[in-house]
Ligand binder design. Structure first.
Ligand SMILES: Nc1nc2c(ncn2[C@@H]2O[C@H](COP(=O)(O)OP(=O)(O)O)[C@@H](O)[C@H]2O)c(=O)[nH]1
Ligand SMILES: [Mg+2]
Length: 289
């Protein structure tokens, strides 16, 4: 099999001898993302009659995502190949105790070293710096950022690219809080936290974007580099600061409604500590901006 061809449902045998096949995962993904009026993908599904000479680097930060990584990589590859888009996936693993990096190495063998780049770090250094680290190795002129836990489905990427191209936008952000966007699988507490975080940030900083804390975004590479070097926040507040700075620099931002589906495998790293540090970071920004 040529390394860059779409690997048909690779299966990964885990050390505890139960095996995971992509088909099962894909079923889960499709069934959990079924939404009533998803007309935004009925047209423009493919780019076959649209020329796209750009290269898209996907920054994929991982911490304990061994069950999710094969599926998200498979979905990304499928999406890019079906749309004739040049891409690379940069996995930034922070020495996950569950052995995510080992899985990533297997995926690199399947898909090729030009498609899967491994840029691991020695320990859990946080999300903000993971992007800083990842972008240094990106060879694309556009950068996608998304979570590795399948909460962000790659099926929205062609629409994000299309919107970016139609207006030559600097940034396109996925939004859960406009149009057909939404959140599925979160309990009330988590929904309130997310809404609260967005509300607080909107009131304090007025950035003109409906989803500030989301992290499914497309950037022109030089725009992301500039934003990253201007950002002072670490952790969860980082995503929001990026949007606030973007407005400061007068970058153009588009929004594509996305459905966010809570992770099926693994645990969220969002805890009480993250909420406290988010609030602190927000206040710091409010004072600084
Ligand atoms: N490299 C790296 N990735 C992280 C870290 N914390 C979270 N992630 C990844 O960032 C993404 C979002 O984290 P997640 O726990 O799902 O956050 P939530 O969706 O807000 O609950 C996932 O792909 C995680 O694996 C970290 O410290 N380092
Ligand atoms: Mg998540």
């Amino acid at each position: 099999m040529p390394p860059s061809s779409l690997a048909p449902a690779p299966s990964f045998t885990r050390s505890d001898s139960d095996s995971i096949s992509i088909n099962i995962q894909d079923d889960i993904t499709t069934s959990t993302t079924l939404q009533p009026s998803h007309h935004q993908f009925s047209h423009h599904q493919h780019f076959s009659n649209m020329s796209n000479h750009h290269k898209y680097s996907v920054l994929l930060p991982t911490y304990n995502e061994r069950d999710n990584l094969p599926v998200i990589v498979w979905l990304l590859t499928k999406t890019f190949q079906e749309n004739n888009i040049d891409y690379e996936i940069i996995v930034i693993d922070d020495n996950s105790p569950d052995g995510t990096l080992e899985i990533a190495k297997q995926l690199q063998k399947i898909y090729g070293e030009d498609r899967i780049l491994l840029r691991p770090r020695a320990g859990k250094l946080g999300l903000g710096t993971a992007y800083v680290h990842g972008i240094q190795h990106a060879t694309g002129d556009f950068i996608f950022i998304l979570d590795a836990d399948m909460s962000h489905h790659p099926k929205f990427m062609p629409e994000m690219i299309r919107l970016q191209q139609s207006k030559n936008l600097d940034i396109v952000t996925g939004t859960r809080y406009a149009g057909n966007g939404g959140v599925y699988g979160w309990d009330l507490k988590r929904k309130v936290i997310s809404r609260g975080a967005n509300f607080l940030a909107t009131v304090l900083l007025r950035p003109g974007v409906s989803d500030l804390t989301g992290s499914f975004r497309l950037y022109k590479k030089e725009v992301l580099s500039k934003l990253i070097s201007a950002c002072i926040s670490k952790g969860y507040v980082f995503q929001m600061e990026m949007m606030v700075r973007a407005r400061q620099f007068n970058y153009t931002i588009g929004e594509v409604p996305i459905t966010f589906v809570d992770r099926v495998f693994g645990d969220s790293k969002m805890g009480a500590m993250e909420i406290v540090s988010y609030a602190q970071g927000l206040l710091k920004l409010f004072v600084a901006v």
